[in-house]
Design a protein around this ligand. Structure first.
Ligand code: GMT
Length: 376
């Protein structure tokens, strides 16, 4: 199939999911066209099945805001015609579903009919999309999509609760490549660079936005290190990072906390991680938690949104109410203090992650494309 993928090319989960999906589809022989404003961060390789078409938005002083949706929908029209693309798959409703629908309508004027699959990722529904300024346009473009998928049951329910949606929403969970060569054989895990042999390694990875409750990450670690020798790896970048650094200084733990910034090598950090922290306010799925679990790392998380679907309480880690730093700390310590318990949680995490193996999830998307193309 010839598939166009529209996504945010950044480190955010939706962009990562869209890119990994495209790469795997290309490996299976489908022709994948990424259409976005810069090359997706995980798209290192362009090959005969992978194309990248950049959306340019020319600066013009008249515009206070440059019209990205217009440029994107025009680019979609051009690329569909040029490459005979059969289906549009847009990730993240805002503004991609809206621009995709406009492209569909423009193509229809020229006698070309093309279906659009929209995948909802989370903040496009629960935070941004729900804002009254966007809501009518988001409802409209979801209802106008030919197929709507969401990455968890929780997000599906939120979408029905928050919007007037008449379409069926199909849940296709996020995925992970389970058996991939994570580390270079000549460059194995560098745990000793980060921690001494008696120290446990705790990691958090995110875009450091408010919704991730970065303060809670630091406070949980503060409690852990009182009882267990430990280091905290903070991976990612965003608006809350500076505050987190200040909090570490105030608590006197700055020497135990390493801030990495954005990284394309999270496997190299997860390989020596003992515990992952994700105390988010809300999380439609929690891809970072799944990535940790796929490296055999148990998770301490909040119980909000789709997290309970991924992190199984008492099995792959523990769940607590949002903001309950005390409970999260207690649970973290209970896992880290005993190597036998820690090993069991690590095994469980890896086993549960295998349920989300890309090999199992990819055919679900392929079915969606095949069915919708057939129905057109
Ligand atoms: O987590 C973020 O803030 C980024 C956001 C995105 O759209 O890139 O992530 C959302 O989509 C991910 C991939 O489907 C999910 O794993 C995240 O849980 C979801 N984030 C939220 O719901 C806050």
């Amino acid at each position: 199939m010839k598939i166009a993928i529209v996504c945010y090319p950044t480190f955010g989960g939706s962009g990562v999911v869209a890119t990994e999906l495209g790469l795997e589809l290309a490996r299976k022989g489908h022709q994948i066209h990424f259409i976005t404003y810069s090359q997706p961060v995980r798209l290192a390789l362009l090959n005969q099945n992978i194309f990248y078409h950049e959306v340019h938005v020319p600066e013009y002083p008249l515009f206070h805001y440059q019209p990205y949706e217009l440029a994107l929908s025009s680019k979609l029209v051009d690329m569909v015609k040029l490459h005979k693309i059969e289906v549009l798959h847009v990730h993240y409703a805002i503004p991609h579903a809206y621009a995709g629908y406009m492209a569909k309508k423009m193509l229809e004027e020229e006698g070309i009919r093309i279906p659009m699959v929209t995948t909802l990722h989370g903040t496009d529904i629960t935070l941004v999309g729900n804002h009254p300024f966007y809501k009518p346009a988001v409802s409209f473009s979801i209802n106008k999509s030919d197929v709507v998928t969401s990455v968890s049951n929780s997000l599906k329910e939120d979408t029905y609760r928050l919007f007037d949606i008449k379409k069926e929403i199909k849940v296709i969970p996020n995925f992970i490549e389970i058996n991939k060569e994570r580390l270079d054989v000549n460059d194995p895990c560098h745990r000793s660079l980060m921690a001494t042999s008696d120290e446990k390694v705790v990691t958090h990875i995110s875009n450091f936005r408010k919704v991730k409750r970065i303060d809670d990450v630091v406070k949980i670690f503060f409690e852990i290190q009182k009882h267990i020798p430990a280091k905290l790896m903070m991976v990612g970048d965003g608006p809350e990072k500076e505050k987190a650094e200040t909090l570490c200084q105030e608590l006197g733990i700055q020497s135990k906390v390493i801030f990495f910034g954005n990284s394309n090598e999270i496997d190299k950090i997860l390989c020596f991680t003992d515990l992952f922290l994700l105390p988010s306010e809300t999380e439609s799925f929690g891809l970072a938690a799944l990535e940790a679990m796929s490296c055999g790392v148990p998770v301490i998380s909040s119980n909000s949104g789709g997290l309970p679907e991924v992190n199984i309480d008492g099995v792959t880690g523990y769940l607590s109410n949002v903001g309950d730093v005390q409970d999260m700390s207690k649970n973290a310590i209970s896992i880290l203090k005993d190597d036998k318990i820690l090993s069991q949680f690590k095994r469980n995490a890896l086993q549960e992650a295998s349920e989300y193996d890309i090999k199992k999830i990819l055919p679900l998307y392929e079915n969606v494309y095949e069915e919708v193309i057939k129905s057109y």
